[in-house]
Design a binder for this molecule. Sequence first.
Ligand code: EPS
Length: 378
Amino acid sequence: MLRFFTAGESHGKCLTGIIEAFPSNVPIDIRKIDQDLKRRQMGYGRGARMNIEQDRIEILSGIRGGKTLGSPIAFQIENRDYTNWEQHMHPIVTPDESRKITKPRPGHADLIGALKYNFSDIRNVLERSSARETAVRVALGSMTAQFMSCFGINVVSHVTAIGNISLEENIWDIEQIGAADQSPVRCVDKTTEEQMISLIQETKDAGDSLGGIFEIHITGVPVGLGSYVHWDRKLDAKLAYNLMSIQGIKCVEIGEGSRNTALKGSEVHDEIFYDTKNGYYRKTNRAGGIEGGMSNGENIIIRCFMKPIPTLYKPLQSVDIETKESFMAAVERSDTCAVPAASIVGEMVAITVIAEEFLRKYGGDSLEEITERWKRCR
Ligand code: EPS
């Protein structure tokens, strides 16, 4: 079973990832991983930190001559900002008491993390709860995406809303969505893009933050990934669980999930057709490519809803954990809006879930063995 771990603090020396049970002989293009890391760093509304970091992967094990070995893949991504933080983040040197953070930000992991792990310095919490961790998930997702592309399975994403500005209509055209990389907010409609940019600018000037919605489309997924017989292997449930684990994601929708609740069954369910060339197919895809917890062969469509970032330049009321006095929460350098970046993370997390389920169905040790099984089932 494909498994992975992430480690690393936001301003620590580096971020680290380990992937276990990745099959052998899969060609991995390191430049492609670096490109995906760069895609995650872009987006209008990011803070000053992104001018410091230039994320690049360094493979430590599990890949030789551009192909996976089947052994654990270990890698790291350097935090360039560490040089500015070494004194405070050093594993051995005692941190400076005067730099202690005692004022938790509402909406962040700060207070609960400090209570749970018994810390008097909230920095111990915010370093790991930071969304910087998602760089590791993008790197490993980029590897699973390259693996899945060997079977014609691909993922794209675009931003459909930032704050109260949203696309007026659904966009299903994969090529059009693929052009989201050209937009600073990953929105494929020019007018909406401009409105999103001015809203981010206004919000930044006001010291506030913004959330939004992004949509993930996965194409080429074979029929039958996931399960209807095991509750914990349902594909929609696994996608929701994994996507909800991305920092700031508060809601995950498959297909027309929430909109369908107001309609009649006859208006919702996608009728089934058959022809000798394509086999079974649907003319609509309101189910978002998943029925009964299994992929049905249509594109998988997922929408993720992100809350506004809790780090505000316009601080909210909070309580100092040392003095218990009321305070305005500490101001930390941050992004105004990270929805475009989160959409890249979403792509990579979703394709990793697909790869896990693909391996469960067609699994084997090498790319050749898996390809043989996949071809036999087509
Ligand atoms: C983050 C706060 C900001 C973001 C960071 C997530 O970092 P800093 O506190 O260093 O300014 O830029 O995101 C990243 C570093 C990244 O690579 O995405 C937070 O508190 O979650």
